[in-house]
Design a protein around this ligand. Structure first.
Ligand code: AHR
Length: 605
């Protein structure tokens, strides 16, 4: 194909187009992005049991409800030492399917209660080998009437694998015939921007390479709860982590909520993303019912309180609470989404009324906020949607279906902007479930994304979902990226590389392209930012396509290429497909091939 890019008659493109959606699914938060590495540290959720814990030495461990850490962390771990026991004993935590142990500094925090005067050893140890990778002695004087809070920094050597555990050991002879209770043990590797209680630095940096423009959070289904009582409650996710009760999330496991509202907003600030804050709309999952009519009023109030916490001055009740929690400045939230997928789960019929109630209350107080409805489905929305409201659509499809939606927005009314809040190729064209997305799926997504960018006057934002999985702890697949406890396990799917290529090569204006060919199997979109011109291409076909791109007065730049077998995926510890970048030059004309199932970005000036 010969593609001639016009330098005039372009349309402004949305500066927010490429962003991310995050919810705690697949242990993407606890055990994923959040740096805290010890599972079940607060005995949260409906049935925590002794998950991840084990006794070290001749001691008995149990969940100790009689020694709560706080009114919200209602249990600690009792380590009972039989009379006559000597030597070092204690407990271990196997983390989230192991503890990642690298040559780096860790910090651990824990509470201890019970009479003890002496040293304890805080360690990182190979679970099978018994090899000690890090060990720090800390002098403790704890008492029986209250918890003592301990902070320990420990330098580690690298473990070759992820089969490691954290342990705290103490001298049994000082406790024998009695017990100690340990509360809320935490272990952090280096964190993103070096902040307390934040994201894992390695995972966050890998994500930041995408240069996402926005973060939609905290769900997704995980916003909604199995019943109204189980919904994500903003005010349970703020302040000291020892004051956060956690909840049974929507994705089969307890959430600690240590990654809470302020942490999400700080994540946005640190990564330069616009926050898109989803608020509960009355819809629950798991048979908990839908809250409608007057019964919704307290929850509308809750939304207003949350917005006061986020946006209010320190003279307001909740603005003052935000300041007390360490954030004197309001967060720059300009977008809120009312619910999640209210077209599903029996929510459609009542959504218009629920949306209107929340919209009216929010708009009255915050008229400049952009409010997003959680569906584009007209039958679920108010007959007349207020001006300025955006609508959200989700697509989990076969690759061919994404290609057939290339034109989805071409003739859509320009009245209400679109947010493609979740999309991913989840099945092969024959209908088989995909675990790790492959080049055909990623290429199908790229074709769809080209369609989004061509329509980014109306399509304001788009985010692949889900974002992350802890390998072997997943609820849903495929996911954009993954990790486990093994060194070097951070893995970008082929779709991760597509997102990164498209997001990091953005124009401000989408430009017309003249071609001697129709779309298919090759798809393209061109844009520019000043004198730099971008052409994104996807070859959704089994043969290589030869391309000539003509852009007057350009001479050189880079060609990024992602290609591999149609059914080839990036697998944990086996990444075979990454973006290849080469220099390219020409006199206003550039020739190259886009391989079968290839995705390319030309950036020239
Ligand atoms: O991304 C996984 C789930 O898919 C989301 O939680 C939900 O919004 C959608 O159904």
């Amino acid at each position: 194909a010969t593609l001639t890019v016009s330098k005039t008659n372009g349309n402004a493109s949305s500066p927010l187009l490429y962003g991310i959606m995050f919810e705690d699914i697949n242990h993407s938060g606890d055990g994923g992005f959040h740096g805290q590495l010890l599972q079940n540290n607060g005995f949260q959720g409906t049935d925590p049991g002794l998950t991840a814990y084990a006794a070290v030495g001749k001691v008995t461990i149990s969940q100790d409800k009689s020694n709560p850490v706080s009114s919200t962390i209602t249990s600690s771990l009792k380590v009972a030492v039989p009379s006559g026991t000597t030597g070092m004993v204690g407990f271990s935590s196997a983390g989230y399917d192991g503890v990642p142990v690298l040559a780096q500094e860790y910090v651990s925090y824990f509470y201890v209660k019970g009479l003890y005067s002496g040293t304890m050893e805080v360690q990182l140890v190979g679970s099978s080998s018994g090899k000690v990778y890090a060990s720090k002695s800390v002098t403790i004087s704890s008492i029986t009437s209250a918890f003592t809070y301990i902070t320990v920094n420990l330098q580690s050597e690298a473990s070759p694998d992820g089969n490691n555990q954290f342990q705290i050991l103490f001298d049994a002879s000082k406790v024998h015939g009695s017990s100690l209770s340990f509360g809320l043990p935490q272990l952090f590797p280096p964190t993103y921007h070096g902040r307390y209680n934040r994201l894992r630095d390695d995972a966050a940096r890998f994500l930041a390479e995408i240069e996402p423009s926005f973060l939609r959070f905290p769900g997704g289904n995980n916003l909604e709860g199995a019943s109204p009582a189980d919904r994500w409650k903003w005010n349970n996710t703020i302040g000291p982590v020892a004051n956060r009760p956690g909840r049974q999330g929507d994705w089969t496991y307890p959430n600690t909520d240590a990654l809470g509202l302020d942490e999400y907003l700080q994540w946005c600030e640190d990564m330069g993303m616009t926050p898109v804050l989803a608020v509960w709309s009355g819809l629950t999952l798991g048979g908990g019912g839908i809250v409608t009519g007057n019964a919704l009023e307290p929850y509308v109030e809750e939304v207003l309180n949350e917005l006061e916490y986020v946006l209010g001055s320190t003279n307001t009740k909740y603005g003052a609470l935000r300041a007390k929690n360490g954030y004197p400045n309001p967060w720059p939230v300009q977008h809120i989404e009312v619910g999640n997928e209210d077209n599903l789960g029996g929510g459609c019929g009542s959504y218009a009324a629920r949306f209107t109630k929340i919209y009216d209350a929010v708009h009255a107080q915050y008229p400049k906020l952009t409010v997003i409805a959680s569906t584009t489905s007209k039958s679920c929305l108010p007959a007349t949607l207020p001006e300025g409201v955006w609508t959200d659509i989700h697509h989990y499809l076969k690759p061919d279906s994404f290609v057939s939606l290339f034109n989805e927005w071409d003739n859509w009314s320009r009245t209400h902007p679109i947010f493609v809040g979740e999309y991913a190729s989840t099945h092969s064209n024959t209908g088989a479930k995909t675990h790790y997305t492959n080049m055909q799926g990623s290429c199908g997504e790229a074709v769809y994304m080209i369609g989004l960018e061509r329509n980014s006057d109306i399509v304001k934002m788009a985010s692949y979902a889900p974002l992350m999985e802890h390998f072997n702890m997943d609820d849903w697949s495929p996911n954009l990226m993954g990790l486990d406890s093994t060194p070097g396990s951070l893995t970008g799917s082929t779709s991760y590389y597509v997102q990164k290529m498209f997001s990091t090569n953005r124009g401000t204006t989408v430009l017309p392209v003249n071609s001697d060919n129709k779309f298919g199997p090759l798809y393209w979109v061109a844009s520019n930012n000043g004198s730099t011109y971008y052409v994104k291409l996807a070859n959704y076909g089994g043969s290589s396509e030869s391309v000539t791109v003509k852009i007057a007065d350009t001479t050189s730049g880079q060609l990024q290429m992602l290609s591999g077998g149609e059914e080839t995926s990036n697998l944990p510890n086996n990444v075979s497909i990454t973006t290849q970048t080469s220099s390219i030059s020409g006199h206003g004309s550039f020739n190259f091939d886009v391989p079968a199932w290839g995705v390319a970005v030309l950036a020239v000036s």
